[in-house]
Design a protein around this ligand. Sequence first.
Ligand SMILES: Nc1ncnc2c1ncn2[C@@H]1O[C@H](COP(=O)(O)OP(=O)(O)O)[C@@H](O)[C@H]1O
Ligand SMILES: [Mg+2]
Length: 363
Amino acid sequence: MDPYTFLEPAASRVRDPRSGRSVWLAGLVQDARIDGDVLRFSLVCSKEHSPDDRQRMREALLRNLVERGWDKEVSCTLKVEGLTAAPAAPPPPAKDPVRGMSGPGMQPHGGPITKVLPDGVKHIVAVFSGKGGVGKSTIATNIAVALARGGFSVGLLDADIYGPSLPLMMHVTGKPVANSEKKILPLPAHGVRCMSIGFLVDEKEPVIWRGPMVMGVLNQFFKEVDWRGTDYLIIDLPPGTGDAQLTMIQAVPVSGGVIVTTPQPVALLDAVRGIEMFKKLDVPVLGIVENMSWFELPGGQRAHPFGEGGGPKMAEEYGVPLLAQVPLREKIREGGDKGRPAVLDGESIFTELAAKIAMALPV
Ligand SMILES: Nc1ncnc2c1ncn2[C@@H]1O[C@H](COP(=O)(O)OP(=O)(O)O)[C@@H](O)[C@H]1O
Ligand SMILES: [Mg+2]
């Protein structure tokens, strides 16, 4: 008997929390065979599945097998793959349920994911960090302003539900209004057209209340905002690799992802998740920006409060460019706090960074 007769329907009903697909389409069920009366297979997880995730998937699989009518013994071996160097796509499903209807770029239940580029936008650049506080918004705002100063037409979308900081960092507040076509008009600041979750929700409202509402709003940011005539739309993503990030990245064709990290090991670990996420979602990784790389002492020496060399090492290991190393500077922090990105006051590292992005994504 074909071991997949029961396995396929059972595994199709269990969700893999990492990819958002069924464990079947995510290709986690492997090496299935029937051994006498025993149905044997492996559930191949990655290191990024928490032990809880692994157990939950395993239990759900076993339960579903019984529900699908398998009444004999089951042997499910939990395997954990090494943290591989960001494969371009999830491993192929053990068996393609409908030829060509699964794999990267496909919906969990088959059929292509339809990504729609917002009207009039040439490139979307997503700025990612594994956790908050590493300087994602600082980098995103400075890239946006640098590109605008370079003569490009730039939009900046602050999608960070947990800590929208565009209003402060670009010194722009207010409620955006709609045009005659009922499209929301972004608010201009430093030559950049800005849209922030912070314009729409009260900063003091707890995230738990705005969460569900915000998920819907994130998609509307693309559809219902007038982004026409935009060369680069820079997105300041919420930190991490959760639902909000997936929702956004899957809604539109992102031209490139920029990973922001500090040099120390904990931050790098989270940054690796970003590389994996982008690769899984078929988004080219433009490169890594190492922030807070060093601090210049009055004598000209460099101190490394957050460690040294993590960014370059990671870039090499994962075969992605190191776009910039940004020093820890009071001027950069001040620029953020007063709503005047430091690139406007001569922080040329951001101009170089923006130039690399423009070169990678010509308009
Ligand atoms: N290179 C830097 N030098 C000095 N301060 C920085 C630098 N990068 C970020 N900061 C400061 O660190 C804090 C956190 O940065 P932010 O961009 O808000 O991080 P995130 O968006 O990742 O949470 C801000 O106060 C910011 O001004
Ligand atoms: Mg931020």
